[in-house]
Design a protein around this ligand. Structure first.
Ligand code: LRH
Ligand code: MN
Length: 431
């Protein structure tokens, strides 16, 4: 199941004349701000964000889940959908797997999945382990439970099982061609006094050390912080400070992953990004958006200015280009068609990048040096308020993708074909 690229070309053909006049105008507008529009298009075309395997199906909450049908029934079909997504956006070239939700098994299983993905030009991004749910393949068939945590658990047998699971995820990722492991822990407390803050931290640090020791030399490991949920009094890796302590205490190739939804209200996330980049420990991102908690909503749908500022800090860290890091999307699609949501999330990232690239960095630095806050704001907002959509569409077109991916997704009727092939009641594994 893939998207016929000639259909994408046909849809682009319908829009080409408008696009070319819009593009000429956009290049002229940014040129007058001293910004090289062609360089913006090129840098946007270079960008890619991994699709989360756990979000190509419908997500839900504890109050309900409303699958839309035609969802991928296994990891092979999840990769088919990521390939279709990438054909439309040109900017989702990899998938991030979550084990055991995705587990082809070592050996022939992994080799078959790797072939399947390669045939569809989809690579494997950071692998995700899962020691926040009890699953026979991670709990020694129920011999242990993660109810009271995994790496932070006071029970050595539980910690051992969690470390072994992460070793397995690394071994699987190695066979698939991945180059990183993300460790997010649900470990924490629900009740004051339930455990020792220091004890939990020290046990996690030891566990991460044992996982890190198993990493191939060219791999990185990401610690993902989160203030609460599923623990509702404290999480062991609760914020960027703790995540940085864990990464620095584990090894040079241990870095911090910033999930935008894992910050308490009003946290200055762009400053967190600046700090982690400054000390060389910014490993990756889980992009999404939120209004209240870890809502996992569409990237840029609630706080697009914050996203623009975060990307601005990345360009600052990368000398005007996006620094090498694991850019990934982490969303839960409760209402929209998962692929339509991922198309809009990717577009929001491409737009934020183009807007941040349209900020004249020299003018901004000059205004900052002169403590001219009003001018600094003018320079910044000029970038944010530039209509960069033609530049983003051109970047997609140059990647052989769709000028208008959502309209093209609907025009080619991909979801109807998956419902026909997989069934209206086909539901994906995941959250
Ligand atoms: C935790 C999290 C983590 C994943 C999970 C699917 O909230 O962000 O990155 O393992 O979502
Ligand atoms: Mn995440």
């Amino acid at each position: 199941m893939t998207i016929d690229r000639s259909r994408i070309d046909e849809e682009n053909e319908l829009r080409l004349a408008w696009h070319e006049s819009d593009l000429a105008h956009a290049l002229d507008v940014v040129g007058r701000a001293g910004v090289d529009g062609e360089a913006v298009v090129a840098e946007v075309a270079r960008f890619s964000a991994a699709a989360p395997s756990w979000a190509v199906g419908t997500g839900g909450t504890r109050f309900g889940r409303f699958p839309g049908g035609g969802e991928p029934r296994d990891t092979f079909e999840k990769i088919d959908d990521v390939a279709a997504l990438n054909a439309l956006t040109g900017a989702n070239r990899t998938v991030s797997l979550h084990v055991p939700w995705d587990d082809p098994g070592l050996g022939e299983g992994a080799a078959e999945l790797r072939r399947h993905a390669a045939e569809r030009d989809v690579g494997f991004d950071a692998m995700n382990s899962n020691t926040f749910q009890d699953n026979p393949s991670t709990t020694r068939d129920g011999a242990v439970s993660y109810k009271f945590g995994s790496l932070a658990n006071t029970d050595e047998a539980v910690r051992r099982a969690a470390i072994d699971h992460n070793h397995y995820v690394v071994d699987l990722g190695l066979e698939l061609g991945a180059k990183a492991l993300t460790v997010w822990l649900g470990d924490g407390m629900n009740h004051p006094g339930q455990a020792s803050f220091r004890g939990q931290f020290e046990r996690v640090l030891v566990g991460l050390g044992e996982i890190y020791a198993h990493l191939p030399a060219d791999w990185e490991m990401y610690t993902e912080h989160k203030p609460y949920e599923p623990a509702f009094y404290s999480s062991v890796n609760n914020d960027w400070g703790t995540s940085l302590l864990l990464a620095q205490g584990t090894g040079d190739r241990a870095k911090c992953l910033v999930d935008l939804g894992h910050h308490l209200p009003n946290t200055n996330i762009e400053q967190v990004v600046s700090r982690l980049a400054m000390v060389g420990r910014l490993g990756g991102f889980h992009f999404n958006d939120s209004k209240y908690g870890d809502d996992d909503l569409t990237v840029g749908s609630i706080t697009p200015f914050q996203l623009f500022l975060i990307v601005g800090e990345l360009l600052e860290a990368g000398g005007g280009r996006m620094p090498d890091a694991a850019y990934m999307i982490d969303e839960s699609h409760n209402l929209k068609d998962p692929l339509e949501d991922l198309i809009q999330a990717t577009d929001a990232l491409q737009v934020a990048l183009a807007q941040a690239l349209c900020v004249n960095r020299a003018d901004l630095a000059e205004a900052q040096q002169a403590n001219d806050a009003a001018r600094a704001a003018e320079v910044l907002h000029r970038g944010f308020r530039t209509d960069v959509r033609p530049l983003v569409a051109e970047a997609r077109r140059r990647n052989g993708a769709a000028l208008d991916p959502l309209a093209t997704y609907r025009a080619v009727g991909y979801r109807a074909t998956t419902i026909a092939a997989r069934g209206a009641d086909a539901v994906a594994t995941g959250l």
